[in-house]
Ligand binder design. Structure first.
Ligand code: SF4
Length: 333
């Protein structure tokens, strides 16, 4: 029997109106998240990957209602959290936590580590004082920090240790889902691996689900079960990890993957190189017509400039938004 989704996001939109440069000029709007649908099962990890400015972090914040969506639904255990008043939202918030990209800026520099980790317990008024102290000890142990580090301030920790502190704080209220917003991108590669291994271990031990935001495909490959590729506010490809890395079907995904160094036979390597991304992500306040990837797409044709492609299932469980994607690749005739 298939498990119901822990998190289901349906047609989510986040629009930011821009200030008018002059009173007589019409106000324009950035469609930071533009009709995103996705789901995360219990104990699973969904990776969201794309370049900077594609809307990944806005999506992460909107899922937690840390920015207010413009339209759509965010169902957590079947309840649409966008419909809830703040008081009703509070108990659900305990089950949905976030780990930020920069552990240093997300930790209060004046709080000792113990206070940092304990803060969610204090805010929710959860447990007695001695139970809170025990819980902090348990969390320090869980993330690999030593008990004597509880009295230190955040600046006395290394970057990796600070991220462990952020993870301990996110775990304090025993969440079911953690939104990880680029949690290792400010760390050295060796430390990245330690934090990713910690997140994997915690997932196995605690049955956590992750919505994992990253621009780094190597990181996504390491930790995610399923992957959604985002471009200019929209999901353009979605499938499981093996499929996306072995058979990427959207030209944008192919281009992202061609930038990842791989040990492969020369012919395949040459083919990947041809697909490297050209140009920059367009201005989201003035997105291109039709398929928003067309100015950078090596396969673009007239239809791409005029008609926006819909997401459709090209192979079992493999969904792509491209007029010419087939299970064998991009149709060129
Ligand atoms: Fe490229 Fe056209 Fe497919 Fe868009 S629809 S990805 S421009 S081939």
């Amino acid at each position: 029997m298939t498990q119901p989704d822990l998190l289901r996001v349906e047609s989510l939109e986040v629009h930011f109106p821009l200030p008018r440069p002059y009173p007589w000029v019409a106000r324009s709007t950035v469609l930071a998240v533009d009709g995103v649908t996705l789901s995360v099962g219990e104990g699973r990890t969904l990776g969201i990957v794309g370049e900077s400015g594609c809307g990944k972090s806005t999506l992460a914040l909107a899922v937690l209602r840390l920015v207010e969506p413009t339209a759509g639904r965010v169902l957590f255990e079947g309840t649409d959290i966008l419909e809830l008043a703040p008081r009703a939202l509070r108990p659900i918030r305990q089950k949905m936590q976030i780990i930020f990209q920069d552990p240093y800026s997300s930790l209060n520099p004046r709080s000792r580590a113990e206070q940092v980790v304990r803060e969610p317990l204090d805010v929710q008024n959860a447990f007695s004082d001695s139970e809170r102290r025990d819980r902090v000890d348990e969390l320090f142990n869980l993330v690999g920090l030593r008990p004597e580090q509880k009295s230190l301030f955040p600046h006395q920790f290394s970057g990796g240790q600070r991220q462990r502190l952020g993870i301990a704080r996110a775990l304090a209220l025993s969440p079911k889902l953690i939104v990880c917003d680029e949690p290792v991108s400010s760390l050295d590669v060796a430390i990245q691996a330690q934090i990713l291994n910690l997140l994997s271990r915690l997932q196995q031990e605690l049955g956590l689900a992750y919505l994992f935001i990253s621009h780094d495909l190597a990181v996504i490959q390491h930790i995610c079960d399923d992957v959604a590729v985002m471009y200019l506010g929209k999901i353009v490809e979605r499938t499981n990890r093996n499929e996306i890395f072995r058979y990427p079907l959207h030209p944008y995904t192919q281009a992202l993957l061609s930038a990842v160094p791989k040990r492969e036979p020369g012919a395949r390597k040459a083919r990947r190189k041809d697909k490297r991304l050209k140009g920059e992500v367009p201005n989201p306040a003035a997105p291109p017509s039709g398929c928003s990837f067309h100015p950078r797409c090596m396969y673009a044709r007239d239809r791409c400039r005029q008609e926006e492609p819909e997401l459709s299932e090209i192979a079992p469980g493999h969904i792509v938004a491209c007029h010419f994607a087939t299970a064998e690749g991009i149709a060129t005739s």
